[in-house]
Design a protein. Structure first.
Length: 664
């Protein structure tokens, strides 16, 4: 700023009777070196100073003036700029000047949701992608994880970073591949705001205003207004002492050095408690428990050959060390969604009594065994012994902690909006890419209201119709042999119905999931499919952005004929270029009993039938947690979204999550 400009501003302030000795001038941490500002729209730039202070902003050869309000907050509104830069911004008060350097105007998107959006390139071990990621016109901002009881105005941490091999590994893989495609197609700067938290429910991202419109949240939200964290911590300390007394004040004597004392075959566990396995202990009397828990189970084996055994324990939340007859046979760290399948040498076992011991380490949320009973067994050829049943257990004092009721990200609606979203608004951006829903999967019908409410809420908070593109849940868990109800299918339907809102789009991921991992590793196609929505709807590219989408049906005798939108270049059965037979379809009559169906392509339609259903009423496609055989695509290479033609009651009908007031 020129000396004459500084003197002029000082004189203006003196005439206004405002002192030039004030508290420190600050900007939101979003406005820091290397930031990307949204092109082609008016941009708010905000910060704080002493109430009444007169502030000047200089950028691109122009000056702007404003005054800090009664709460100390000030906001400038920059006129629309074309893509480009770099620019510097000066923000000036009489006492100091802040300079923000290397600013670009381009496209800005927020990456929101839970762990599949949070999953980084480092987690995926994408060494080649990381090594090639050198693009100064792609930039990232990380919003720190924070729970808050009421909306917070300021971010405590956060800075913009240039995309390079040193920074990109810690960024969202989905976000990176999305941005990479935009950079290729648009050749403008792209900035991404990383704002997500693994394992979170959708309602924690709602504003208090939106959450208060849900009738069964009102009591809990009202209690938050008078919530006292210190008093709650005292209450939790009492719960902890009560639990310790119940368990005999346990200490970690299970391990002595590398020796697992509590895993020894002849260890006396007669005074231990019992837990049903499989089953999380939160539902068996220990709702707040995290830490180390030892579990033991006796099983009998007949005479057997000297071949290796296969030990299956299903999924364990979060980590395990597993012994048989005192010998370590396997372990996994922080792999709550991975099935435990360990090879056991025959000489570790014996005919008669054997003992399996598992040291489970739970770091938060659910803890213990969470697969189905059929997934727990030890097997050698035709010899198979179930390991499901009542296991002995003992809590270890080492690492033991309790979740503070009322203070986790999912413990009340609004917590993450308050702590992570409110301070970001109304930063100028084009829209949101969103990957979430796994944590609401048992409440698909409720999600039909909550997810659209979130989109409308954020648009209201930003005072503009943000584009909102989301990922439909991928296929996960064991495939089903027979058609039936599916929580994940119902959640996917709720996501599909959200497309009725304007400026929304969905990336279908039904073909790229992993039966054993809730975090599928193919994040590149997810990012690409999200980018196709943006390129078509925001940037005017004449491309197909969605796979075949169910439109209508008609009954013709013993057949149902289905019509679709987004046929693109034509329908196809992926992997079957000759006959075009389709899989993943089921059909039902008036009895609502679904049967596997024959399905084939006829022009732009699909014909579905079954000899078991003479008078069909409804068709479903991909209606399962893991419909691993779906193969309907358009010739543009995009998969069809799962759907149903009926409106019969859902298994999740009426299921909602209510919240106790945080003080209870």
């Amino acid at each position: 700023m020129k000396l004459s400009q500084r003197l002029g501003l000082t004189l203006i302030l003196l005439f206004m009777g405002i002192s030039t000795s004030y508290a420190k001038l600050t900007l939101s941490r979003l406005f820091s070196d290397h930031m990307v500002l949204q092109r082609d729209m008016e941009i708010p730039v905000w910060g704080w100073d002493k109430p009444g202070k007169y502030i000047q902003l200089n950028v691109d050869g122009k000056q702007y003036f404003t005054t800090a309000g009664d709460d100390g907050r000030f906001t400038f509104y920059l006129p629309p700029h074309e893509a480009g830069g770099p620019y510097d911004i000066e923000v000036i008060s009489p006492s100091e000047t802040l300079v923000v350097k290397d600013i670009l105007f381009g496209e800005v998107w927020l990456c929101g949701g839970q762990s599949n959006m949070e999953y980084t390139l480092n987690m995926l071990n994408k060494k080649e992608a990381i090594s090639k990621a050198k693009d100064d016109h792609m930039r990232f901002f990380w919003v720190d994880k924070r729970v808050a009881f009421s909306p917070t105005e300021k971010l405590d941490k956060g800075n913009w970073a240039l995309c390079n091999p040193q920074t990109v590994g810690n960024f969202s893989a989905v976000g990176y591949f999305f941005a990479q495609k935009l950079r290729e197609e648009l050749d403008v700067p792209v900035g991404l705001i990383y704002n997500n938290w693994g394992g979170t429910v959708v309602e924690t991202w709602l504003s208090p205003e939106a959450a208060s419109e849900v009738s069964y949240y009102k009591e809990a939200l009202e209690a938050l207004k008078t919530y006292n964290p210190k008093e709650n911590q005292k209450r939790v300390a009492k719960l902890y002492q009560k639990l310790m007394k119940k368990m005999g004040n346990p200490r970690e004597s299970g391990m002595k050095g590398e020796n697992a004392i509590w895993a020894e075959e002849d260890y006396d566990d007669s005074k231990w408690g019992e837990l049903e396995v499989p089953g999380l202990w939160e539902g068996q009397g220990y709702p707040e428990l995290n830490g180390l828990i030892w579990m033991r189970y006796e099983f009998e084996l007949p005479e057997f050959t000297r071949k290796d055994f296969q030990l299956s324990l299903g999924k364990i939340d979060d980590s395990d060390m597993t012994w048989i007859n005192g010998r370590l046979v396997g372990q996994m760290e922080q792999q709550y969604s991975k099935a435990r399948n360990y090879k056991v040498a025959a000489n570790y076992l014996k005919p008669g009594k054997n003992v399996i011991a598992v040291r489970v380490h739970d770091t938060g949320g659910g803890g213990g065994f969470w697969s189905e009973a059929k997934d727990l067994f030890i097997q050698q050829d035709d010899l198979k012994v179930s390991l499901a049943g009542k296991w002995k257990f003992r809590i270890s004092g080492k690492g033991l902690k309790l979740d503070l009721p009322g203070e986790g990200p999912n413990d009340q609606p609004t917590f993450l909006y308050n702590g992570m979203i409110h301070a970001v608004k109304p930063y100028g951006m084009r829209g949101v890419i969103w990957y979430q829903g796994e944590s609401n999967a048992d409440r698909g019908e409720e999600y039909q209201q909550l997810f659209p409410a979130l989109i409308k809420d954020w648009r209201k908070q930003w005072e503009r119709e943000l584009s909102f593109y989301f990922v439909q849940l991928a296929n996960f868990m064991s495939p089903s042999d027979q058609p039936g109800a599916s929580n994940w299918a119902e959640l996917r339907e709720a996501q599909s119905k959200t497309l009725s809102l304007p400026k929304t789009g969905m990336a279908v991921a039904i073909d790229i999931g992993d039966a054993e991992d809730i975090h599928p590793t193919n994040k590149e196609d997810v990012g690409l499919r999200l980018a196709l929505n943006a390129l078509a709807k925001d940037y005017g590219k004449e491309i197909e952005y969605a796979g075949p989408t169910y439109s209508s049906m008609k009954v013709e005798g013993n057949k149902i004929v289905l019509s679709f939108d987004h046929v693109g270049k034509g329908l196809m059965a992926k992997g079957d270029s000759k006959y075009q037979y389709l899989t993943g379809f089921t059909i039902a009559g008036a009895d609502q009993e679904f049967h596997w169906a024959q399905a084939f392509i006829s022009g732009d339609d699909i014909i579905v039938l079954s000899p078991k259903v003479a008078e069909p009423k409804a068709v479903r496609y991909g209606w399962a947690d893991n419909p691993d055989d779906v193969n309907l695509y358009n010739k543009d290479g995009l998969p069809a979204s799962p759907f149903r033609t009926d409106n019969w009651p859902l298994s999740s009908a009426g299921k909602v999550k209510t919240y106790l007031p945080a003080s209870e």
